[in-house]
Design a protein around this ligand. Structure first.
Ligand SMILES: Nc1ncnc2c1ncn2[C@@H]1O[C@H](COP(=O)(O)OP(=O)(O)OP(=O)(O)O)[C@@H](O)[C@H]1O
Ligand SMILES: [Mg+2]
Length: 230
């Protein structure tokens, strides 16, 4: 990846619609969302609880399909592709930090971070372990690489989840409240890391946050209300 590409649009969506729930409980959550994220920049999505932020991130992360609208990654239309192509694109281009971390709790921090690398299959065992150790060091968990997921605090699990999202050097990092459970020092650490990756590696960061300080320090702030950006 090259910083020369900073500013280039790496993920884009147009007029996304998504309804969730069944029958009378069905809600029109995304009501025509268009958005683009650039390499080298941190984009913050803010808005009240329930306005559709996580739903949008799931769409951008190719974890769910839109009812209408389109998504491109690196200029390639991907929203209508097969599940196989979408899964491949996810492994290759996207890193996702879930609002609820979804670590494998019976596996070590190190194994959790190595998991996406195993799936991609580009590195050998030693190189994967070395990279995972490096990433865990970056999020302040260098001493706890062998702890099992269920032996870590909520904030520690969150930081493992951040390291895991970075494992395959994704061109887009999608992070749903990545500092939600963290104290000031660790929020700083995680935000600083994401911002540095954006600037130095030309990765695009799209994060959801309720923290006004984090939003203020992002390059672009997008405000969502009732399923659209305002
Ligand atoms: N599976 C579902 N069935 C029905 N409604 C759903 C479903 N998932 C989400 N919703 C509804 O969609 C809306 C948007 O949810 P979403 O999780 O995207 O909100 P959010 O902006 O991320 O909120 P928060 O800040 O609390 O995380 C909410 O009103 C929620 O109740
Ligand atoms: Mg959410």
């Amino acid at each position: 990846m090259s910083t020369l590409k900073n500013g280039e649009i790496v993920i884009r969506c147009e007029n996304l619609h998504r309804s969730l729930g069944r029958d009378a409980g069905r809600v029109h959550v995304l009501r025509g969302v268009s958005f683009e994220a650039e390499r080298g920049r941190v984009h913050a999505i803010v808005g009240p609880s329930g306005c559709g932020k996580s739903t949008l991130l799931y769409q951008l992360g190719l974890l769910d399909r839109p009812d209408d609208g389109r998504i491109w990654i690196d200029g390639e239309l991907i929203s209508n592709s097969s599940d196989e192509l979408r899964t491949a694109a996810r492994g290759l281009h996207l890193g996702f930090v879930f609002q609820f971390h979804f670590l494998l709790l019976e596996f070590s921090a190190l194994e959790n971070v190595m998991m996406p690398m195993r799936k991609l299959g580009r590195l050998d065992e030693a190189a994967m372990a070395a990279r995972a150790r490096h990433l865990l060091g970056e999020v302040g968990l260098g001493e706890k690489t062998h702890r099992l997921g269920n032996e870590l605090s909520g904030g520690e699990q969150q930081r493992v989840a951040v390291a895991r999202a970075l494992a395959n050097e994704p061109s887009v990092i999608l992070a749903d409240e990545p500092t939600g459970n963290l104290d000031q020092r660790n929020s700083e650490l995680v935000f600083g890391l994401l911002a540095r990756l954006a600037r130095e590696n030309g990765q695009a960061v799209v994060l959801v946050t309720h923290n006004p300080d984090i939003a203020k320090r992002s390059d672009r702030v997008l405000e969502m209300r009732d399923g659209v950006f305002i």
